[in-house]
Design a protein around this ligand. Structure first.
Ligand SMILES: *Cc1c(COP(=O)(O)O)cnc(C)c1O
Length: 359
C-alpha cells in the first residue's frame, strides 16, 4: 500500500531496514544514559543541523510530538500574550491551547485556502511577545510566505518568532536566522513512525525561559528549556526519550544527506507540479488553494465532486490511499501528501489511477 495520507504517511523506503538494524543491535534495550545512546542522539542532532542549515548556536531538543511543543512553547516563552497567524485547524489549535494555559492572544485570520502576504496589512501589538506561524497548514494546503517571515523579522526584531514546520520540513527553504524556534513531528515529511517531536530553539528562547524562571513563573517540570539544555550538554534528554525514533531519525537524515536537500526540494516541486496539473485537468477535482503563491508543495488539497470514500475504495485495487478533508471539509476535500517518501513513480501511478476514475 502506498500512503498518500498527510500524516502518518508513507514510511521512507529505508525505514524498515533501519528498524531491523536497531532491533538486531539491541538498541532499544540499552540505557538512555549510555555512551552508545549519546552517540546516536548526537548524530541525529548533527545530521539535522547539516540537512536543514541550522546555525551552530541553535539547539535541537527531542519531545513527544508537535502538540507537546505547543504547550512547552507557551509555558517557556510567553508570560502573557502572543499573536497567531491562523489559516486552518492546526494554527487555530495552537491559538486555542494558549488560552487554556491562561495566556491571552490575538489571531490574524486568513480566509480558508488563502495565505498572508502584505507586511503593510499586518500590525503586531506591542504586548505580543511571540509571533506564531504555521508554515504549512496541513488542514487546508496553504503555505506561509517565506518573504513575509523575513519582513516580520525585520519589522519586529524584538519579538520571538515560532514556526510550525510539521508538514513542510525537511522541505520549506526557511532561513533559520529569521526564526527563534521551529518544530516538527517526524511522521510527516521525515517518513517515520509517529512519536517524536523535534524542537529547534535559539538562545533568545533559552533566555526568555530563564527570565520566566527568575520571575518565579512556572515553566513546567521536566520538559522545560533550561532542563533540555542541561541534558543536551551530554546528548541526552531529561526523561527517557523515544530512543527508537531518535535512532531512525539519525539514519533517515543520513539518507537525506546522501541525496542532498537540493535534490529533495527539486523532487518535491516536480511531483507537486504533476499533481496540481492533474487536478487542473480533472473533471471532478479543483484546487482548493487558488493563488499559486499559497499552494503547498507538500500537502496538496482539492475540492472533489467524488467523495473521498469512493475514491479510496477505487484506489484500493491499486494499493494506494489518499487523505480525506480535514475538519469542516471532511467530505468535500481530498488531501494528497507529497513528502520525500513518495517517489515520482508513486505520484505517476496515482495520477494514472485518478485520471481513469469514471464517475
Ligand atoms: C500534524 C500536525 C501537528 C500535530 O502533530 P502531532 O505529532 O500530532 O502532535 C501540528 N501542526 C501541523 C501543521 C500538523 O500538520
Amino acid at each position: 500500500m502506498i500512503y498518500f495520507t498527510p500524516g502518518p504517511s508513507q514510511l521512507y523506503p529505508t525505514v524498515k531496514e533501519h528498524i531491523n538494524n536497531a532491533l538486531q543491535e539491541g538498541f532499544c534495550s540499552i540505557s538512555h544514559r549510555s555512551k552508545r545512546y549519546e552517540a546516536v542522539h548526537q548524530q541525529a542532532v548533527e545530521n539535522l543541523k547539516l540537512l536543514l542549515n541550522i546555525p551552530a548556536d541553535y539547539h535541537v531538543f527531542f519531545l513527544s510530538s508537535a502538540t507537546e511543543i505547543w504547550d512547552r512553547c507557551i509555558e517557556n516563552l510567553i508570560i502573557e500574550d502572543s499573536i497567531h497567524f491562523v489559516n486552518g485547524s492546526f494554527s487555530e489549535k495552537f491559538y486555542t491551547n494558549l488560552k487554556l494555559l491562561g495566556r491571552t492572544a490575538i489571531s490574524i485570520n486568513a480566509e480558508p485556502g488563502k495565505g498572508f502576504h502584505d507586511i503593510n496589512e499586518i500590525r503586531i501589538p506591542k504586548k505580543s511577545e511571540l509571533i506564531s506561524i504555521t508554515h504549512n497548514e496541513t488542514s487546508t494546503g496553504v503555505v506561509f510566505d517565506n518573504n513575509l517571515i523575513t519582513s516580520l523579522r525585520k519589522k519586529y526584531p524584538e519579538k520571538l518568532i515560532a514556526v510550525d514546520a510539521v508538514s513542510s520540513a525537511p522541505y520549506g527553504k526557511i532561513n533559520f536566522t529569521d526564526v527563534d524556534n521551529l518544530y516538527f513531528s517526524v511522521q510527516k515529511g521525515f517518513g517515520l513512525p509517529a512519536g517524536l517531536g523535534v524542537w529547534i530553539v535559539n538562545n533568545h528562547c533559552i533566555e526568555k525561559a530563564k527570565l520566566l524562571q527568575d520571575l518565579d513563573l512556572p515553566i513546567g517540570t521536566y520538559h522545560n528549556l533550561p532542563s533540555f539544555l542541561k541534558f543536551d550538554a551530554n546528548h541526552q534528554t531529561p526523561s527517557t526519550p523515544n530512543m527508537l525514533a531518535i535512532y531512525l531519525l539519525a539514519h533517515v537524515t543520513a539518507d537525506f544527506l546522501k541525496l542532498g536537500l537540493k535534490q529533495i526540494e527539486t523532487d518535491t516541486e516536480e511531483k507537486a507540479s504533476l499533481l496540481y496539473t492533474m487536478i487542473e485537468n480533472s473533471n471532478y477535482l479543483d484546487a482548493f488553494v487558488k493563488d499559486k503563491r499559497d499552494q503547498s508543495q507538500t500537502v496538496i488539497v482539492a475540492n472533489s465532486k467524488i467523495p473521498v470514500k469512493t475514491i479510496n475504495t477505487y484506489l484500493k485495487d491499486f494499493d494506494m490511499q489518499i487523505g480525506g478533508g480535514y475538519g469542516p471539509w471532511k467530505d468535500q476535500h481530498i488531501r494528497i501528501a507529497n513528502f520525500p517518501a513518495i517517489s515520482k513513480e508513486h505520484v505517476e501511478k496515482l495520477i494514472d489511477a485518478l485520471n481513469n476514475l469514471q464517475h
